[in-house]
Ligand binder design. Structure first.
Ligand SMILES: Cc1cc2nc3c(=O)[nH]c(=O)nc-3n(C[C@H](O)[C@H](O)[C@H](O)COP(=O)(O)OP(=O)(O)OC[C@H]3O[C@@H](n4cnc5c(N)ncnc54)[C@H](O)[C@@H]3O)c2cc1C
Length: 520
């Protein structure tokens, strides 16, 4: 994952690429990985860091979606449950079996949700994670000691998947590169190349040097999530918007707020949505909201009412209700929902299914979907492009293709478990010189060696890339991330051979981004 050598590879590649993918989130990376492993020549361009946008801001669930089952969307749930199983098989170091508890406060909720979860288990088939159970109020409180006990009639235990979104993405980048793909961050698509009205490639600009390149391909796939309309406008100025951004906010609390390995799932909040409180990297992620937005920001900001809603709703179910001062980090993400043709629909009613669209020019866009189903979405997108654009067929192999780092039976108590099979290399670096074992923050296990390994192997280009999407500390504890920033900036500056002025710029830029993650 060396950016300079990949740029050289890109410019020296002879002939035309089979596929160009725009966007380095879950969707685009899935498409590039699928294309490369089928043996196609593929290039992917991401304007910022991988998963800078929506794909780093999920609830961290690899799930079938209990809520979609309640809405009767059986095909979506079936597909997602199957993909959940496949992803755990291909990336066992990043997908955990997470046990959930649904607390029930009305007599009918216990039998009602239990029946639903039995169906959910049945739909998972042989890829099932574990069996659902109905337990009494006493055992529910023993399972999650901070659960509100007044009025509790039952608890439903069920299993789903939990993962680290950005770390999975970095491992997908590595897998795609190893399979021959050119995958680049900080490379923005600024225009489409066309001949006789047909898209024949893209113009990209290196966001670091300002250099532009014209790259040709048989097919261009627009996988830019909530930014998809900007690419569609390059193709057809004035086109009707295809994406409806809906904001989802999460707050992060100390693990003591659950004091349990179990997650809580509230199936119906006061406004009819779902709220999760999920253990994640020794913290608890609580969310989310669903707020229709007019603007598509690169760094969306949580609205005060969204924060209040999460604190208030979580407080209804916890004996120790979280307060503003308990929030370690707050983050917002935009769902790239496919815009419905009829206006007036509420966001929770807009389909979570993905849409694949072909323009007259041959440009193909993939919009919507979920992290969980990225692999199947990628397969469908490529099969569609191959059919529509008469590209020689090659079969999809990703169902049985391990993601980089894949390691059977991972030890989730190891602080380096997210690195999978790379962890030993990091441990060797940490013990290779005394300075490498130096801790970067007194409260956390991160070391100079770990950061150095990341810079050398995972293509971070900016301070934020390390703190937000490689170590995840900005999402876990934003104040600690700010405290770690100067030391991490020193390592990054030395490794990339930059100067002090560059380091200062990085620090200032990071502080500005981090300020939106800190609740005052
Ligand atoms: C609050 C929330 C919670 C969620 N929770 C879950 C969950 O628990 N489980 C689950 O399965 N799914 C979840 N999802 C859904 C999932 O996160 C998204 O479906 C998925 O991340 C979308 O990925 P994407 O690649 O389509 O978009 P993005 O991640 O937004 O990626 C698009 C990329 O395109 C890049 N780009 C834009 N324009 C250009 C350009 N001109 N040139 C180059 N690059 C460009 C952007 O920088 C961006 O990185 C959640 C979503 C939200 C919002």
């Amino acid at each position: 994952m060396n950016r300079e050598s990949i740029i050289r590879h890109l410019t020296e590649t002879e002939g035309v690429f089979d596929f160009i993918v725009i966007g380095g989130g879950a969707t685009g990376l899935g498409v590039a990985l699928d294309a490369a492993t089928r043996g196609y020549k593929v290039a992917l361009f991401e304007q910022s860091d991988f998963t800078k946008a929506t794909s780093s801001r999920s609830t961290k669930l690899v799930h079938g979606g209990v809520r979609y089952l309640a809405q009767g969307n059986v095909s979506l749930v079936l597909e997602a449950l199957r993909e959940r199983g496949i992803l755990r098989k291909n990336a066992p170091h990043l997908v955990k079996d997470q046990r959930f508890l649904i607390p029930c406060y009305r007599w009918w909720e216990g039998p009602f949700y239990f029946c639903g979860l039995v169906v959910y288990d049945f739909m998972s088939g042989i890829l099932r994670f574990g069996r659902s159970m109905c337990i009494g109020p006493k055992r529910s409180v023993k399972t999650i000691p901070n659960l509100r006990r007044e009025g509790l009639t039952a608890g439903i235990l069920y299993h789903d998947g939990q993962f680290d979104d950005s770390r999975l993405a970095v491992n997908m980048v590595r897998t795609a590169i190893d399979a021959g793909a050119c995958v680049l961050n900080y490379m923005r698509v600024i225009n489409l190349l066309k001949e006789d009205g047909k898209v024949t490639g893209v113009v990209v600009q290196d966001c670091e040097t300002g250099d532009t390149y014209q790259i040709k391909s048989h097919a261009v796939i627009n996988a830019t999530g909530v930014f998809a309309d900007a690419i569609l406008q390059m193709d057809t100025p004035g086109k009707r918007p295809m994406v409806r951004p809906s904001q989802g906010v999460h707050i992060v609390l100390d693990a003591s707020f659950l004091a349990s390995d179990y997650a809580i799932m509230i199936p119906k909040t006061s406004d009819g949505r779902v709220l999760f409180a999920v253990p994640w990297h020794d913290k608890v992620v609580v969310g989310t909201t669903d707020t229709l937005m007019k603007e598509t920001l690169e760094e969306p900001v949580a609205l005060e009412e969204e924060i209040q809603f999460i604190l208030h709703t979580a407080g209804n179910y916890m004996t120790r209700a979280p307060q503003r001062k308990d929030v370690l980090s707050v983050f917002a993400g935009l769902r790239p929902l496919a815009a419905p043709r009829s206006e007036g629909k509420k966001t929770k009613e807009i389909s979570r299914n993905h849409k694949i669209i072909r323009e007259k020019s041959g440009l193909i866009s993939i919009i919507g979907g979920k992290w969980t189903t990225y692999r199947k979405m990628a397969q469908e997108t490529l099969d569609f492009a191959i059919r529509q654009l008469h590209i020689p067929t090659r079969d999809c192999v990703t169902e049985f293709y391990p993601i980089h780092g894949s390691k059977p039976h991972p030890d989730f108590s190891d602080p380096l478990y997210v690195y999978g099979s790379d962890a030993d290399e990091i441990r060797n670096l940490i013990t290779s010189a005394p300075g490498m074992a130096e801790k970067i923050h007194p409260k956390y296990a991160y070391t100079v060696g770990e950061v150095t390994w990341i810079v050398r192997n995972e293509m971070p280009r900016r301070l934020e890339d390390i703190l937000a999407r490689r170590l995840r500390i900005l999402f876990l504890d934003a104040r600690a991330a700010v405290e770690m920033a100067p030391r991490v900036a020193e390592i990054l500056t030395a490794e990339l051979s930059k100067d002090d002025a560059w380091k200062e710029n990085q620090l200032n830029a990071f502080k500005e981004v981090a300020s939106a993650y800190i609740l005052v």
